[in-house]
Design a protein around this ligand. Structure first.
Ligand code: ATP
Length: 240
């Protein structure tokens, strides 16, 4: 399992009743890469993430993580193996403090002393969270909640982090901040699969990209090449 490929999706099919939300998808993520999956609303991006995390059943194809088939593995088992998702709704606990939310990210870890020092490390990365550490998370702005969700994921020591639309619903300045956070996490050595509707930012931050339309990958390649691709510029970057 020391191969360079951390995630290998092959000929994946996911259906909701008669709707084929993901069709014949091939996608790989190498260790240390930041890969993005872009596409319009309803293209099937979230369904892909849910399938990886064992939250929707796979009707055909395979999903291999760290050399092992993971189709049908429950998400709590995957988290213990380092495969962690930050969901679109962020899933933070509004009644708990920021610090308590972070501690939840380490609930399945045995090394609780190390968890405490990891929490301090997250506070170093995100000073905004440190300033508010004893405040209930429900009082945070949307962007701060997104930071908290990412910080909590970091506490579970991810090896592959799946980010579902982290820019969703945030003001442009906050989106920039969140993307800085994504860069920081990647620089810490975490492999990332990023799902985004904000194609420009996602392509600017990632090394490789996949473009999804109606359940299928229609284009893929190095992100800087896709940024220059006329078809992508017209369809996703709002250019003529
Ligand atoms: P979004 O940005 O809206 O999350 P997406 O690219 O992530 O879009 P999906 O949410 O994966 O797209 O949706 C893919 C297709 O599957 C869409 O046609 C959607 O209507 C359908 N779909 C998604 N979830 C369900 C569900 N629980 N039941 C039935 N159909 C669903």
């Amino acid at each position: 399992s020391e191969s360079e490929t951390l995630l290998d999706i092959s000929q994946l099919e996911v259906a909701y009743g008669g709707i084929r939300a993901v069709r014949g998808m091939d996608l790989t993520v190498q260790r240390g890469e930041l890969v993005c999956l872009i596409g319009a609303n309803g293209a099937g991006k979230s369904t892909t993430l849910r399938a990886i995390c064992g939250l929707v059943p796979v009707s055909a194809g395979s999903i291999t993580y760290d050399g092992k088939s993971i189709a049908g593995t429950p998400s709590y088992t995957l988290v213990r193996q380092g495969l962690v998702m930050v969901p679109e709704g962020r899933g933070i606990f509004g009644q708990l403090t920021i610090e308590e939310n972070l501690a939840m990210g380490g609930y399945s870890r045995k090394d609780q002393n190390q968890v405490r020092s990891d929490i301090e490390h997250v506070f170093e990365l995100f000073p905004r969270l440190q300033e508010r550490r004893s405040q209930s998370a429900g009082t945070l702005s949307g962007g701060e909640q997104q930071m908290l969700a990412m910080g909590r994921a970091m506490i579970s020591r991810p090896r592959l982090l799946l980010l579902d639309e982290p820019s969703m619903g945030l003001a442009p300045l906050m989106v920039e901040k969140i993307f800085e956070v994504v860069r920081t996490i990647a620089a810490e050595g975490v492999t990332i699969l990023l799902i985004e509707q904000n194609a420009r930012l996602a392509l600017e931050i990632s090394q490789r990209a996949y473009v999804m339309e109606s359940g299928q990958i229609i284009l893929q390649g190095p992100s800087n090449q896709l940024l220059d691709n006329p078809r992508i510029r017209a369809a996703y970057l709002g250019e003529e």
